[in-house]
Design a protein around this ligand. Structure first.
Ligand code: NAI
Ligand code: MG
Length: 332
């Protein structure tokens, strides 16, 4: 059983007198910086003034939100805790160029996703604490929950405990962001990284998206109206997932018709059969042995050609074309 930590088992005292540099003021950076600052933590922002030759809106936004903003290198030099919230594919080069030289004994390197530590894109010196503090929610949700006085669930992990205080600091940060109000799961860097990649590739993003697209294609290719196929295979998915989220699969089954529930048992295993489980096992192996990470890093090194091509192709898939039309009709 994983250890679940609540407010009473975490203490913000570990952060007293310390400065946290949030590196990257994007989705997670802006939310996490505001939450920690709101709880009285001394937070500064490390950002890049220009990105790709033009002014970086994140730099301006951090200033507007009342933060002291400086270059990533200056923030890493000044702070005790360096909390990296850049897109994962930039952690390695940014760390090597702007952070590594400041990582002396007493510093803490922190992140919200273990990819770069686990796959060794970042190799911190052994005298530095390495921790992970991560929300199990998108940025908009966590900030909303924080402002309402509670929090979203989170994860903490300790990679290296050089100071003997690494866990206390991670829990202090989690408490400052009110994750401990909902509950924080204590895990390892490997567990978080492998499970996160597995979930998004097999169930949440890869998996669901392909299921939705196939359903839509089969109906429309058989001559059914695309607008109806869109509602059936995409729009209604949210209603079903909301019920599962609220009360599990049994709650969803209690709400849908008996016909739908019988159909679930009758046809579900014919569509997602044991061969899918075998493929999922292969996917987990590719994640654990580093093959996926190697492919993703190579894709980045080449300028993301496949990602960009797929992204563009998806935009002209009929389900996206009809979806844009329908959502516009239903907007007020
Ligand atoms: P993001 O895409 O919002 O970007 C953060 C900021 O990084 C941007 O505002 C930009 O100013 C800066 N940036 C972008 N490219 C850069 C570059 N080449 N060099 C320097 N700075 C650059 O990032 P997001 O989605 O907030 O992810 C940050 C971290 O949080 C990642 O490690 C991610 O895995 C983790 N995370 C994200 C979640 C989410 O819901 N988005 C949920 C949990 C964890
Ligand atoms: Mg995830």
């Amino acid at each position: 059983m994983v250890n679940i930590i609540h407010d009473k088992d975490a203490d913000m005292a570990a952060l007293e007198g310390k400065t946290v540099a949030v590196i990257g003021y994007g989705s997670q950076g802006s939310a996490q910086a505001q939450m920690m600052k709101g709880s009285g933590v001394n937070v500064i922002i490390g950002e890049t003034e220009e990105l790709g030759g033009s002014a970086n809106p994140s730099w301006t936004k951090a200033k507007e939100d009342g933060f002291e903003v400086m270059t990533i290198s200056d923030a890493a030099a000044k702070a005790d805790i360096i909390h990296m919230l850049l897109p994962d594919e930039f952690h390695g080069p940014v760390y090597k160029g702007q952070i590594e030289q400041h990582m002396k004994a007493g510093k803490v390197l922190s992140c919200s996703h273990g990819f770069n530590i686990v796959y060794k894109q970042i190799v911190p010196p052994s005298e530095v604490d390495v921790i992970m503090v991560a929300p199990k929610a998108p940025a908009t949700e966590e900030l909303k929950a924080y402002k309402a006085g509670f929090g979203v669930p989170g994860l903490v992990a300790v990679g290296t405990d050089a100071s003997g205080k690494a866990r206390d600091i991670a829990l202090g940060m989690a408490k400052a962001m009110r994750f401990t109000k909902a509950g924080v799961l204590e895990c390892t860097f490997e567990q978080e990284t492998y499970e996160d990649l597995f979930g998004e590739q097999n169930v949440l993003c890869g998996g669901t998206v392909d299921l939705v697209k196939y359903g839509f294609e089969v109906l429309t290719e058989a001559g059914y109206p695309p607008e109806m196929a869109y509602f059936e295979c995409l729009h209604e998915l949210k209603l079903i997932v909301d019920l599962i989220y609220e009360g599990g699969i049994q709650k969803m089954n209690a709400v849908i018709s008996n016909t739908a529930e019988f159909g679930e048992y009758y046809n579900g295993p014919k569509i997602i059969g044991p061969e899918v489980k075998e493929k999922m096992k292969e996917s987990l192996k590719r994640i654990e042995d580093g093959s996926f990470a190697k492919d993703w890093l190579a894709e980045n090194a080449a300028g993301k050609p496949n990602l960009l091509k797929k992204r563009e192709e998806l935009g002209s898939h009929p389900i996206e074309v009809v979806g844009r039309k329908i959502r516009a009709l239903f907007e007020k």
